[in-house]
Every structure is written in C-alpha cells, then in structure tokens.
Design a protein around this ligand. Structure first.
Ligand code: FAD
Ligand code: FES
Length: 273
C-alpha cells in the first residue's frame, strides 16, 4: 500500500452523473483485479475523508483509471478535478477476486450498475484466458449502462447479456432474472459467480447461488473512513465468528472487499444502518 499524490490525466463524463478518472502515478503500483483505492482531491479539506473507488483499469503500472458515479460530497469534489490536477491516493487496498476456477468450470460475472467497476479487470483476465464465461450486465437505463462502462465491456468480446430496468437497452428487467435463466440453461453444477452491485442485487444473487449450488463471491461496498483497517467504520455482519476481535463482524476494507456470498448476513445492510 502506498500513499501518493497522483496527477489527473483526464476526468471525463461518460454519461450524466458517471465519470472516468485516469491518474498518472509517480511510481509503479501493482494492482490485482478487484482491489480499490481511497481518493480525494489534494489539498482539499472538504470533504476530509477520501472515498473508496475500485480500480477499473490498469493501463500500465503507473497509469490507472476509476469509473465512478457522482453521488455526494466526495465524488462531487473528485468530479471537479481538472486535467493535471492533484489527487491524493492510497492504494492498492483490499483483497482480489479469488481464482476459484477448477477444471470444466464455467463462470458467470454479474455487474450491477457502477459495481461494474470492480469486475472489469476480472473480465479482462477471463477473456484472455478463454475460460467459459457469461457476463451479465445490468443497469437502470441506456445512459447509465453507458456510464457504467458498457462499451469497454463489449470490447472484451465475452458473451454478454444486457438488462435495463426500463428496457431502454437490452432486455427489460433485473440482472438477477438473467442470472436465474443462465443457471437454468447451463445446469447447476460447476458454476462460479462473481458479483458486484447494489446490496439488494447481491443479496438476491447470493440466494440464487444457494438455489443452484453455485460458488459465489461478492465485492461489498460499505461506507469507509480509513480504508486500511483502523477506524472500523466499514464493518459488515458475517455468519461465522471471525478470527479477529470484531467477533461476527468483518472489515470490508481489509477482510474484503470480496467475500464468499454465503458468509454474509444479508439481512444487515451496512449502508442502511
Ligand atoms: C471497496 C469499494 C469500492 C467502491 N468502488 C466504487 C467505484 O468503483 N465507483 C463508484 O462510483 N463507487 C464506488 N464505491 C462507492 C463509493 O465509495 C461511494 O459511493 C462514495 O464513497 C460516496 O461518497 P460521496 O461523498 O460522493 O457520497 P456521500 O455523500 O458519502 O453519499 C451519497 C449517498 O451514497 C450513499 N453511500 C455512501 N457511501 C456508500 C457506499 N460505500 N456504497 C453505497 N452507497 C454509499 C450514502 O448513503 C448517500 O445516500 C465503492 C465503495 C467501496 C467500499
Ligand atoms: S474503512 Fe476504516 S476499518 Fe475499514
């Protein structure tokens, strides 16, 4: 993990409320698929805390991109960073997508909304290794699909099912409906699901995984303070007693952000409490 001041190479709007920030780093930073960074504009006291963003793409060890939705104070401040502007970055953070693919495995990646940012590098890797992969990409509408990187995902050439809530692009409906259909089509055993999206989506993905006896890993989003295990602001309730002093809670920043879906107490939403 390094703490550095990076330079914004570009920070462009992909669709209303969705942006792509590309940073140049001063040193090589090895990043694995699924890891994240804590970012804020340099020398800005408002907001004080950095915000967590998944590393979307690694162009080179010194050049990386983040795909983000402009939601509140932190991401609004990031959206104002101009080309050449300075960004405080702490990275790489968190674990990475586990390589759970055994012989004859098939993989289903479920990208819901801006959760797409966490799975792009995983999809890149799957596309390059030729693993039997289905990509299920869900967004609210056509503009949000574009804002969540749809064109980049399409360029990978993986078999892709696109759903939008309003039917403006792809199939109308939730991405979880496409997941159920895919599992019915491909048969139960030997599927591994990787998912990132809103809590309610991942909760349903976890239920479907149990129903179809599929292995399932999810990348969780909890509000974060520090990003490296100190503030305990990011805890999620887990089913089994953990090995640390937090008992049946785990820190998303250092124990995750990626967890086996069956280990999570899905009835306790970390954003809602
Ligand atoms: C490991 C990790 C990776 C993430 N990767 C990305 C990413 O690649 N792209 C991206 O756009 N976002 C990502 N997020 C979510 C992002 O960190 C939050 O949306 C951001 O912190 C909001 O900050 P804000 O100051 O703009 O909004 P705030 O003013 O803090 O919040 C605005 C609204 O968003 C809700 N919110 C706050 N934090 C979160 C959160 N962590 N998850 C969901 N809702 C939240 C609040 O309840 C509020 O309603 C990630 C979060 C984590 C933990
Ligand atoms: S964000 Fe501080 S412990 Fe996880």
């Amino acid at each position: 993990m390094i703490e550095t001041i990076a330079t914004a190479d570009s920070n462009r709007e992909l669709a209303p409320g969705y942006r792509l920030l590309t940073l140049d780093l001063k040193e090589d930073v090895p990043v694995r698929a699924g890891q994240f960074a804590m970012l804020k504009p340099h020398a800005s006291l408002e907001p004080l805390l950095r915000r967590a963003l998944a590393v979307y793409r690694v162009h080179s060890p010194r050049r990386i991109s983040f795909l983000y939705q402009v939601l509140g104070r932190g991401t609004e401040a990031l959206a104002r960073v101009e080309n050449g502007g300075a960004v405080e970055a702490l990275l790489p953070l968190g674990n990475s997508w586990p390589d759970a693919i055994g012989a004859n495995q098939r993989v289903i990646v479920v990208a819901g909304g801006i959760g797409s940012a966490s799975v792009f590098m995983l999809c890149e890797k799957l596309a390059s290794t030729g693993v039997d992969t289905q990509l299920l990409f869900g967004a609210r509408s056509e503009p949000t699909a574009i804002g969540c990187g749809l064109e980049d995902f399409r360029a990978l050439g993986l078999p892709l099912t696109l759903t939008t809530d309003d039917g403006s692009l792809g199939e109308q409906g939730f991405v979880t409906g496409a997941l159920e259909r895919e599992l019915l089509r491909s048969g139960r055993p030997r599927s591994t699901i990787y998912a990132c999206g809103p809590w309610v989506m991942m909760k349903r993905v976890a239920e479907i995984a149990v129903q179809f006896e599929a292995r399932c890993f999810v990348s969780l989003e909890a509000p974060m303070g520090c990003g490296f295990g100190v503030c305990v602001g990011c805890v999620v309730a887990v089913k089994t007693r953990g090995t640390n002093e937090y008992g049946s809670y785990k820190r998303v920043c250092t124990d995750g952000s990626i967890f086996p879906a069956e280990s999570i107490r899905w009835e306790v939403d970390p954003i809602a409490h």
